[in-house]
Design a protein around this ligand. Structure first.
Ligand code: KIV
Length: 265
């Protein structure tokens, strides 16, 4: 079984968005998602740079079929739980589908995530007026390019065709110029992800985008093996799903093995 090396729990703590931007070219960033208090408590001790309450919440934590079913109320509920488990890690809150259709709506929604305990917010796509409005309100913004699960129904690798690659690069550059402190690159051809990384001043954080980015992010339920079928690009570091089955079976066995049960006290 994989164990966190104890040296990792001495990692950097309490990074602000400005600190995170300043890591560009200095060191790589490790980010995971988290959705609940116990996972946040453990991942905080693991010394990650950032934790994201992502809208992947809908699919991997709530058993819904799409991130589109996640709303601001759900995001705030889970951000509050995660925030209670953190003492050192930068907490990012994802703006959910249909919560940032205009710059005004984006500011209101971003404020709600910050009030719930996020230190910065993430949004999908090169929505520059929205990014500028949120930044003008004093809230740091993380960008997200490539596969955008809130609007792309087709889950395929992006940027393989030159035209699409050029569009993703130009979106990332626009987000960087607008002032995003970091940019997630999801499911993008590795050569294109590396080109973006070289072109922007903000650190890039990749998921299924090769190793040429400034950091990596994974969905924690995939990394921890909490669901039976993790995506192919993830090598789980734990097998929580089967541990829970074993623990549940052991408990049921113990309970049923007692011939004269004592009443609950
Ligand atoms: O919602 C999420 O989990 C994300 C990550 C894939 C970056 O946006």
């Amino acid at each position: 079984m994989y164990r966190v090396p104890s040296s990792l729990s001495d990692g950097p703590s309490g990074l602000s968005a400005t600190d995170i931007r300043a890591t560009k070219g200095q060191r790589r960033l490790a980010m995971l998602t988290a959705y609940d208090y116990p996972t946040a408590l453990a991942l905080d001790a693991a010394g990650l740079d950032l934790l994201l309450v992502g809208d992947s919440l809908g699919e991997v934590e709530l058993g819904l079929t799409s991130t589109k079913e996640v709303n601001l109320h759900m995001m705030c509920h889970h951000i509050r739980a995660v925030q209670r488990g953190l003492s050192r890690t930068h907490l990012v809150g994802d703006l959910p589908y249909n919560s940032y259709r205009t710059p005004e709506e984006a500011v209101q929604s971003a404020r709600a995530l910050i009030e719930a305990g996020a230190m910065s917010v993430k949004l999908e796509g090169a929505l520059i007026p929205q990014v500028e409005a949120i930044l003008a309100d004093g809230i740091p913004v993380m960008g997200h390019v490539g596969l955008l699960p809130q609007t792309h129904d087709e889950r395929r690798r992006r940027g393989v065709e030159p035209e699409e690659a050029a569009q993703i690069l130009s979106d990332a550059v626009a987000l960087d110029h607008a002032g995003c402190y970091a940019i997630v690159i999801e499911a993008v051809d590795s050569g294109v992800a590396q080109k973006i990384t070289e072109a922007v001043g903000a650190p890039t954080i990749g998921i299924a985008a090769g190793l040429g980015t400034d950091g990596q992010v994974l969905v924690s339920t995939d990394l921890l093996g909490q669901l039976p079928e993790p995506p192919r690009f993830v090598t789980p570091k734990a097998d929580i799903f089967h541990l829970v089955i074993e623990a549940g079976r052991a408990f049921a066995y113990d309970v049923r093995a007692v011939e004269s049960p004592t009443p609950h006290r």
